[in-house]
Design a protein around this ligand. Structure first.
Ligand SMILES: Cc1ncc(COP(=O)(O)O)c(C=O)c1O
Length: 579
C-alpha cells in the first residue's frame, strides 16, 4: 500500500553507503591487482572482501527497497556468516598484531574489512526482525546520536585508511624522492588500533541494538492511499449533557470504510456519512463469525490538543487477530492514519468534560456471500466513533468480582489472545449470571484446570502480593491488553517488582487470608484501572484492602490518565497528538 520515497535521513545514509562502496571498490581493485597474495590466507581475504562488497551492495538495495523480501532468509544467513567471520578476522588480527606477525598493510586491510562489514550489517533493516523489544523513544534518540557519531568515525577512518593505503602503494613520486614514510607507521597503526577497538565494541553493541536504532532512520515515509471524503450533509444533534453519555450509545457523523477483495487487496478507503452498511444475507460474518475488532480512545486535553494513546499497538493487535481468523492483514500505519483522519473530521464530537473521551472502534468483518465454511474472500474494514462518558463519575470505585468456575472464556490454541467477536459472545452468559448475583464482572480461570487466573471481565488483572505485583503471563488464552503493557512498563519504571507468570487462584485466596494480598485491580482501555474490592470465590467472600482503593491502583490510574489527557509529561512517547 502506498508508494515508497526516501526521507532526507535515508538519502543521506544512502549517499554515505554509496561513497563507501566506491572506496571499497577502489580498495579491492588495488588489492587484487597490485598486491595479489596467492597464499591461502591471501585468497581467503580476497574472497571475504569480495563477499563483503557484494553484501554491502545487497544491503544498500535492501535499504532502498525495504519491501524487497524474497532474499530475507539467505541475506540473513549471509550477513550472519560474514559478520562472524569478520569478528574472527578482527580477533585474529589483534593476536597476530601483538605477535608481530602481520604486515601493516594487512592490518589496514583487516580494519577496513571489519569496518565495511559491520557498517554494511548496520544498514540492514533485516535485523529489524528483533524490533519491538524496546520501544522507548528516548532510547531511540540516544541510539540515533551514537549511530551518527559512529558512522561519522567509520567514514573518517575508512577514508584515512584509503589515503594511507594509496600513499603506501609504492607511490612512484614518493619512491623517486625517497619519501616512503609520510609519518610514523607505529603512531598511525596504534591510532587505528584504538579506533578498531572502539568500533568493535561500539558496533557489536549497535549490531544487536540495531532493531531499535534503525526504526527512526529506516521507517518509510508514508505516502498513503488517498482517502476519499463524503461529507455528511445532515449532521446529528450532539448529546447536550456530557455527563450522561454512557458508553457506546452515541455515534458521530462519519465513519471510515475500506474494502477487500481477493484480487484487488485492500482498496477504496473512504470517509463517508455514518449509516447502515448493506450486507448480503449470506455474508460470511453473519454465519461463521469471522469478525475482529479493536478499541482505543481519543482524548481532548486541557491544552485543547487531541491525543491518541498507543494507536500503533492497537493496529498491531488487530493484525494479530486477523492472522488467527484468516483475515488478510491491514497496513498498520495506514490504519492509524485512517483513524487520525476520521477523528479530525469528527473532532467536534470529542467530549471535553473531565474523564470523557471519544471511543474509537475499528473492526473487520467478512462480507463474502457464501454459505460454506472457508475463509471469506471479501471484507470490510470499518472505523466508527462514539463519544463516551467518564468511566468513574466520582473517582475510582472498587468493584465486586465473581470467580467463574463453570464457564470459561477461552482456551490455549483458541481465540483468547485475539479480539475476535466470538470471545465476547462466549462470555455473555457468565457475565449475565454474575450481574444477576450483584457482581460487576467475572474473574476468568483457565479453561483446562480451572486453576489459574486469566482475566477479569474484559480487563487484564494484577495482584499485589507482598512485594510482588503479579499479572498472569500471556500464554495464548489471554488478550494482551495495551493498558496491561503500559501498567507493567510504568510499574517497572517505578521500581516495582512486576512478574508475568501463571497465578493460581489458591495462591490469591491464601494471600488474601494471610494478609499478603495488598491490592488487586483490572486494567483496560475503558476503565484504565479498576480496583477490585471483593472477590466471591466458591461460596467465600474475600475482601481486598478492606474494599478500598489501593495506593498502586490510584497512582497508576493518575499516571495513565494524566498522560492520556496531556496533564502529565509523557516520558514513554505513548501519546500521539493529532490535532
Ligand atoms: C478480554 C479483554 N481483555 C483485556 C482487555 C484490555 O485491553 P486494553 O488494555 O488493550 O484495552 C480488553 C479490552 O479491550 C478485553 O476485551
Amino acid at each position: 500500500m502506498g508508494g515508497f520515497t526516501l526521507t532526507k535521513k535515508q538519502k543521506f545514509l544512502a549517499g554515505v553507503v554509496c561513497s563507501l562502496i566506491v572506496l571499497e571498490l577502489i580498495s579491492i581493485a588495488h588489492y587484487v591487482t597490485r598486491e595479489h597474495d596467492s597464499s591461502p590466507m591471501g585468497i581467503f581475504n580476497s574472497a571475504l572482501r569480495i563477499l563483503a562488497f557484494l553484501t554491502t551492495i545487497l544491503l544498500l538495495l535492501k535499504f532502498l527497497l525495504p519491501d524487497w523480501e524474497p532474499h530475507r532468509k539467505w541475506l540473513g544467513c549471509l550477513l550472519g556468516a560474514v559478520f562472524t567471520i569478520s569478528i574472527l578476522q578482527g580477533i585474529r588480527s589483534i593476536f597476530a598484531q601483538s605477535a608481530g606477525l602481520l604486515a601493516s598493510q594487512e592490518s589496514i586491510r583487516l580494519i577496513m574489512l571489519l569496518l565495511g562489514l559491520v557498517f554494511g550489517a548496520l544498514l540492514s533493516s533485516h535485523f529489524q526482525l528483533l524490533r519491538g523489544i524496546i520501544r522507548n523513544k528516548n532510547t531511540e534518540k540516544t541510539a540515533g546520536i551514537i549511530t551518527a557519531i559512529l558512522l561519522g568515525l567509520t567514514t573518517l577512518s575508512t577514508m584515512m585508511n584509503m589515503i594511507y593505503a594509496i600513499w603506501q602503494s609504492r607511490n612512484p613520486i614518493l619512491i623517486q624522492i625517497g619519501a616512503a614514510k609520510p609519518f610514523s607507521i607505529g603512531d598511525f597503526l596504534s591510532f587505528n588500533q584504538l579506533l578498531l577497538y572502539i568500533y568493535q565494541i561500539g558496533y557489536t553493541i549497535l549490531f544487536f541494538a540495531w532493531p531499535v536504532l534503525s526504526r527512526p532512520i529506516l521507517e518509510k515515509e508514508n505516502t498513503f492511499m488517498q482517502i476519499t471524503f463524503e461529507k455528511n450533509l445532515n449532521p446529528k444533534q450532539k448529546p447536550a449533557d456530557q455527563s450522561a453519555l454512557g458508553f457506546g450509545v452515541y455515534f458521530t457523523d462519519h465513519m471510515f470504510l475500506m474494502t477487500y477483495d481477493d484480487g484487488e487487496g485492500w482498496h477504496d478507503p473512504r470517509i463517508v456519512p455514518y449509516g447502515p452498511i448493506a450486507l448480503d444475507p449470506a455474508a460470511m460474518c453473519l454465519h461463521y463469525g469471522q469478525e475482529v475488532f479493536e478499541g482505543l480512545k481519543a482524548y481532548c486535553g486541557a491544552d485543547g490538543k487531541i491525543r491518541l494513546f498507543r494507536p500503533a499497538e492497537n493496529m498491531a493487535r488487530l493484525n494479530l487477530s486477523n492472522g488467527r481468523l484468516c483475515i488478510p492483514p491491514i497496513d498498520e500505519a495506514f490504519a492509524v492514519h485512517a483513524v487520525e483522519e476520521l477523528v479530525k473530521v469528527d473532532r467536534d464530537w470529542i467530549p471535553t468534560q473531565d474523564g470523557a473521551s471519544l471511543y474509537i472502534r475499528p473492526f473487520i468483518f467478512a462480507t463474502d456471500p457464501f454459505v460454506g465454511v472457508r475463509p471469506s474472500r471479501q471484507y470490510i474494514f470499518a472505523v466508527i466513533l462514539s463519544p463516551v462518558g467518564a468511566y468513574y463519575a466520582s473517582g475510582l470505585n472498587p468493584v465486586k468480582i465473581f470467580v467463574e468456575e463453570k464457564y470459561v472464556r477461552a482456551v490455549k490454541g483458541g481465540l483468547g489472545f485475539t479480539k475476535a467477536a466470538a470471545n465476547y459472545a462466549s462470555s455473555l452468559r457468565a457475565q449475565q449470571e454474575a450481574q444477576a448475583k450483584g457482581f460487576s464482572q467475572v474473574l476468568w480461570l483457565d479453561g483446562v484446570e480451572r486453576k489459574y487466573i486469566e482475566e477479569v471481565g474484559t480487563m487484564n488483572v494484577f495482584f499485589a502480593i507482598n512485594d510482588e505485583i503479579i499479572t498472569p503471563a500471556l500464554q495464548g488464552s489471554i488478550l494482551g491488553g495495551i493498558t496491561r503493557k503500559s501498567c507493567i512498563e510504568i510499574l517497572r519504571a517505578w521500581d516495582y517488582n512486576v512478574t508475568e507468570r501463571p497465578l493460581a487462584l489458591e495462591e490469591v485466596v491464601a494471600a488474601a487470608k494471610s494478609g499478603a494480598l495488598k491490592e488487586a485491580f483490572g486494567s483496560g482501555t475503558a476503565a484504565v484501572v479498576s480496583p477490585i474490592g471483593e472477590l466471591a470465590c466458591g461460596g467465600e467472600t474475600l475482601s481486598i484492602n478492606n474494599g478500598e482503593i489501593g495506593a498502586i491502583s490510584q497512582r497508576l490510574y493518575d499516571e495513565l490518565t494524566g498522560i492520556q489527557w496531556g496533564k502529565l509529561a509523557d516520558p514513554y512517547g505513548w501519546t500521539k497528538v493529532i490535532a
